[in-house]
Structure formats: structure tokens, C-alpha cells
Design a binder for this molecule. Structure first.
Ligand code: FEO
Ligand code: CA
Ligand code: CA
Ligand code: CA
Length: 611
């Protein structure tokens, strides 16, 4: 139970690391190694990574780029595991030794990128519980999901005119998933993944209210797929609806490599950061999901049907049908951040809230919009409902111990600018660069409730440089500086773990992983556990404090570099002028990293996998 676990994963916080440093740092007494890196082969037939000679076919059999959401599902004996990971996007300028020499090579790379995004499922193996893992090359559950993988649409938009295209006249099957950012693991053992910045992959007319609200524009895309594949050019009639087929929560069953992954339209279409599920007291599955855009919204889905323990087939239908709500927050005191560290007149950033209905009992709750329109153009429906404009909701995670919900608002540099929404008690800082975390307590502890109370857990920042920080009353001079909270996780003792994205440009330190207490005298005590290499974002994280192990997905290391001019050499760190060992490369590689007590079993190799 939580008490027994409280002493596990003990650590002394690390010092923040200057943003110019290209190192992966962990606390004293811990060690780290990559489990798997971009390009590592998943299948027996897949070739070893060859940085200078990549192909579309080789990438289809190798671990993808920019790993984000991560989980590690362990078998009871602890010796076998399953790693599931999203690949959000690519960084072309650091993925090859040189710029494309000609149009043929540019096109060949665009095809490689189609296989570098998506998701991966990888079998893991180790000596025994508590020791580091190696991935299994050729594991029978290994799977790559790419732009060629077929997804099934579920819910009210399946078969709707809003999702029909020339290639899918029935409107039921979509090729690929895009912008897969964060996610969640369901109580029934499947993985949810959020299709976030899908708009950037499509060229559209860009003139409709719907296009503009979703950031869809008539401009050449960064990926350039519209040059070869007409479905990424939605200007004509054939593929006008193709962008309506992205922006969903997808669900995959990692234990069945032949299963058809699904896109759940009942949960709405927006820039889903991810989704996390809790089973309410009445047995319904409740999923929380943020729309990561400045001034966008926080959503809640409540399933129509109830969870049945040990009935995975039934539980995999829960997200296909249910009610959809959007959050409206109300503060209870004037906002009063004056730079002297003061909080509102009643001593807390807090208040009440309402879950405003968008879809209830299969019917639209929004005047002038049918249920299919509400689910395809959810942002416009939420505008009409009067939802509260948030500072970019990233992970939204219910604590399975308390039922309270934590919302990472990563930042919003436009808050309070002329013509933009002003600060309010829930988003209390103008030009919010450091972000904050909202804590929601559902009425009567009922996850299906339509009202709630809320308070702010913290206003992030470096207290040494920013007087507008707040840590629920914990002394600001005793916390680790933290900025731009993104992904969230819990340990078994009920502490919240926060990974960050964007800290270097705000507080001058590399991004990292932090633990914060939520209860009693420890509430607001932020302690840094890990620091990322240069330019990298901290993703995952996975906290297995029962065996003192932590996992992070290191995303976009060296992102600010360019062809042949790298700012990071993580994780291989091949020294200049030396010949890389087999499987290694002198260039940055997004990787999933395990952090474990020093001396815990044999330190495995460098992530080349076990055959
Ligand atoms: Fe892909 Fe909202 O971060
Ligand atoms: Ca208040
Ligand atoms: Ca994120
Ligand atoms: Ca982010």
C-alpha cells in the first residue's frame, strides 16, 4: 500500500543543469541507459540502423522518431514487459548527415518520415524484477504503427458525411495517426494516444470558420506530403474531409499485434494532448483530455456503459459511446498578482466549476449544431457553450488514489495581451511563460459529477528570478526551479511527477523530471529527479517506485541543431574523431531511457536489443 511504498525511490534532488550542457543527469546512487533509440530494429528482418543510408522500408521496421507518451506494462513475474510509445513528429534537419541533394532525395525522405511517426510496441526482457531491461528484437508482439496502418473510426462520426473521402467513401477507415503526443493506459490494459498538432500536415482552403478555428491553412506544409499524396491536399472535393479524420483519441491493444487500432469520435475532435481514464464509483469510465492550444479548453468524457473487471472485449467498447463535457471555471476572489509573491485576498487561487454539456445521451447540447458537428468541430461547440480559455492544457491526469484531477497548463505567452483574454483566477498570470498546475476535486468525489471545486497546486518558475511563483505555501526557496509542466504521472505513494518541455528558453535550465508532494506539509515540495540533454523535452514519464525505477522518453534532443552541426550527441555520445561502435551514431537520437539504482543487475548494452 501507499505507506509501505513511501520510502521507495528515495533520492536527493539534483541541481538544475544549465541549458548549454549536453548531459543526462540523475541523482546520486542512480544509473541510466537507453532501452531503445530511434532507428533500433524491432524485427528480425529489419536492418540495423544506418544513419547515412536510411530508407522508407528500413524505418518501417525500426523504432520511430520523437518518442512521447510511454508506458511499460509488466508481466506479474517482472521478467517480461511491453513498451508502448508514440512518435509525435520528426526533425528533418538533424536526421540525416546532410541536406537533400536533389528533389528525388527530398521525396525519398518525405517517405521515410511517413514511417518515422506513429507508434511502437516493443517486447522487453530482463533478469528479474528491479533490474534494467533490454528490448527483444523480433519479439512476437513487436509492432510499428505508421501512416500506412489502417484505423477504424468509432462513435457517431463513423459513416458520417463529414469523414467521407474519395478513398474511403464509407467514412469508416483512416490510414494512419498523426501528432501523437501524450496518452494514457486504460484500466483494461489498452493504450490511448492523442492526435495533437494534426493541422500542420494538411493544406486546405483555409477559409471556413472550421478551418481557421483548427489552424488549417492554405500553405505548403512542413512535411510536404501533399506533393505526393493528394489526401494531404484538402483544397479540392476529393479529400476535403481528410483533416476531419484526425484530431481524435486513438486506442490500441498492445497485446494483439493484429488488432485494428481505433479512433474514438465520441471523445471529440481537437488537438488532444492525450487522455486518462478513471473508473467512477458507479462503474462508468471517465476520461479527461486537454486541448493544447493557447486559450483552448479542458474536456471530460463519461461512458454510457459500465466497466466490467476482467472483460477486456467489453471494456474496449466503453469509449465508443458517452457524454462529452467542457470545463468552465469560476474564481472566488479577485486576481491580485502584484509581483510581491502575494496570492488572492482569500489566500488561495481557487473556486468552483461546471462541466458544460456538449453531447448528452447521444444528442447535441449545442443549439444549431447536430451531434456529428459537435464531435467533428468540438472547438466551435465549446466556444458556444462558454468554456473557460486555458493556458494550454497538456496532460490531465486523475489520481487513482484520491480521484482528484491534475491539469498541467504548460504556458501561454499571449495571456493578457491586447485583444486576448485577460488573466483570471484559474490562469492568473499575464504573459504566462512558466505555466501552472490546476487541481480539480469533483463534487462528492464522483468522477461523473457535473460540478467541481478547484485550486492551483503551483505557479511554476524559478523563485530566484520570478516573484510570481506559488507552491501551495511550501517555501519557494526550498523547491527545485520548474517551468513549462507537460506530462504527469503518479507514484504509489500518491506523489505527482511532472516532466517539462520548454524550460531552457524560460528559466535557462534544461528540461527535467520533478516529483511534488500533494498532501500535508509536503504539498508543493518540488524536487528535481532527472535532467535532459540539450534541447530535449522530457516525456513519458513512467514511475515504478515499487522497484525504484523510472523511465522517460527523451524527445527531440539536439532539436536546435542542423545538418552536420549537432547541439547534442545523446545517447550514444560518440566522441569526436572516433569510429562509432556498431549500432551507434555521432548524432542525437530520441530514446526511451531507464533510470535504476546503481548496481541493480548487469548494466545492459547500449540498447542494441537482444535477439
Ligand atoms: Fe505535443 Fe502538447 O505537447
Ligand atoms: Ca480564491
Ligand atoms: Ca506534450
Ligand atoms: Ca509541450
Amino acid at each position: 500500500g501507499p505507506k509501505a511504498a513511501a520510502g521507495r525511490l528515495a533520492f536527493a534532488p539534483i541541481a538544475p543543469v544549465d541549458a548549454a550542457v549536453d548531459a543526462f543527469n540523475v541523482p546520486a546512487g542512480y544509473d541510466w541507459s537507453p532501452i531503445i533509440r530511434w532507428g533500433d530494429p524491432l524485427f528480425d528482418h529489419a536492418p540495423d540502423f544506418d544513419f547515412a543510408n536510411q530508407t522508407q522500408a528500413s524505418q518501417a521496421g525500426q523504432f520511430g522518431y520523437n518518442n512521447d507518451y510511454t508506458d511499460i506494462l509488466r508481466q506479474p513475474n517482472g521478467k517480461k514487459g511491453l513498451l508502448v510509445c508514440n512518435h509525435e513528429y520528426v526533425n528533418p534537419q538533424i536526421m540525416f548527415p546532410a541536406a537533400p541533394a536533389n528533389e528525388w532525395q527530398a521525396q525519398s525522405r518525405r517517405n521515410i518520415f511517413r514511417n518515422a511517426v506513429g507508434m511502437s510496441v516493443v517486447e522487453l526482457e530482463r533478469e528479474h524484477k528491479g533490474t534494467p531491461w533490454e528490448y527483444i528484437r523480433g519479439g512476437k508482439l513487436n509492432r510499428r504503427i505508421t501512416m500506412d496502418t489502417l484505423f477504424e473510426l468509432t462513435g457517431p462520426l463513423a459513416g458520417s458525411d463529414l469523414v467521407k473521402t474519395l478513398r474511403d467513401p464509407e467514412g469508416r477507415q483512416v490510414q494512419g495517426t498523426l501528432g501523437n503526443c501524450s496518452g494514457g493506459t486504460t484500466p483494461w490494459g489498452t493504450i490511448l494516444s492523442g492526435e495533437e498538432n494534426f493541422n500542420g500536415f494538411f493544406r486546405t482552403n483555409g477559409t471556413s470558420a472550421e478551418d481557421r478555428r483548427y489552424g488549417l491553412a492554405n500553405a505548403a506544409t512542413g512535411m510536404g506530403w501533399e506533393q505526393e499524396d493528394p489526401r494531404f491536399d484538402a483544397r479540392g472535393t476529393d479529400f476535403r474531409n481528410e483533416p476531419n479524420r484526425f484530431g481524435y483519441i486513438v486506442e490500441i491493444d498492445p497485446e494483439n499485434p493484429y488488432s485494428v487500432p481505433r479512433k474514438h469520435t465520441s471523445m471529440g475532435r481537437f488537438k488532444h494532448e492525450g487522455a486518462n481514464v478513471i473508473i467512477a464509483k458507479n462503474g462508468k469510465a471517465v476520461a479527461y483530455s486537454g486541448d493544447d492550444e493557447r486559450f483552448d479548453y479542458l474536456y471530460k468524457f463519461v461512458s454510457k456503459n459500465k466497466y466490467k473487471p476482467n472483460n477486456k472485449a467489453h471494456n474496449m467498447t466503453l469509449l465508443t459511446e458517452g457524454d462529452l463535457y467542457v470545463a468552465q471555471f469560476t474564481g472566488n476572489s479577485a486576481v491580485e498578482i502584484d509581483g510581491s509573491g502575494t496570492v488572492p485576498a482569500d489566500g488561495a487561487f481557487d473556486g468552483t466549476g461546471t462541466w458544460l454539456p456538449l453531447v448528452v445521451n447521444g444528442k447535441s447540447a449545442i443549439a444549431g449544431m447536430g451531434v456529428q458537428e459537435v464531435l467533428a468541430y468540438t472547438r466551435l461547440a465549446a466556444d458556444k457553450a462558454g468554456a473557460t480559455k486555458m493556458d494550454r492544457c497538456e496532460d490531465v491526469e486523475p489520481s487513482l488514489a484520491t480521484g482528484k484531477v491534475y491539469v498541467a497548463c504548460t504556458n501561454n505567452t499571449k495571456r493578457g495581451l491586447p485583444g486576448q483574454a485577460p488573466a483570471d483566477e484559474t490562469n492568473p498570470r499575464a504573459e504566462n511563460r512558466d505555466g501552472h498546475i490546476v487541481e480539480i476535486t469533483e463534487t462528492r468525489g464522483d468522477s461523473t459529477a457535473t460540478t467541481f471545486n478547484w485550486t492551483l497546486l503551483m505557479l511554476c518558475g524559478d523563485p530566484a528570478k520570478n516573484s510570481e511563483t506559488y507552491f501551495s505555501g511550501f517555501p519557494a526557496d526550498k523547491v527545485s526551479p520548474i517551468s513549462c509542466p507537460d506530462n504527469l504521472a503518479f507514484d504509489t505513494a500518491g506523489n505527482l511527477w511532472i516532466s517539462t518541455d520548454g524550460a531552457p528558453s524560460v528559466i535557462g535550465y534544461n528540461d527535467g523530471l520533478f516529483k511534488v508532494g500533494l498532501e500535508g506539509a509536503n504539498r508543493g515540495n518540488v524536487q528535481q529527479f532527472a535532467s535532459m540533454p540539450r534541447d530535449a523535452e522530457t516525456c513519458g514519464p513512467v514511475i515504478h517506485d515499487d522497484e525504484s525505477m523510472v523511465y522517460v522518453a527523451v524527445q527531440h534532443p539536439g532539436e536546435d541543431g542542423s545538418y552536420g552541426k549537432h547541439t547534442s550527441y545523446f545517447p550514444d555520445y560518440v566522441a569526436e574523431g572516433t569510429t562509432p561502435a556498431p549500432g551507434q551514431v555521432r548524432a542525437p537520437r530520441p530514446s526511451v531511457v531507464q533510470i535504476f539504482p546503481a548496481g541493480a543487475g548487469t548494466k545492459p548494452g547500449k540498447g542494441n536489443g537482444r535477439k
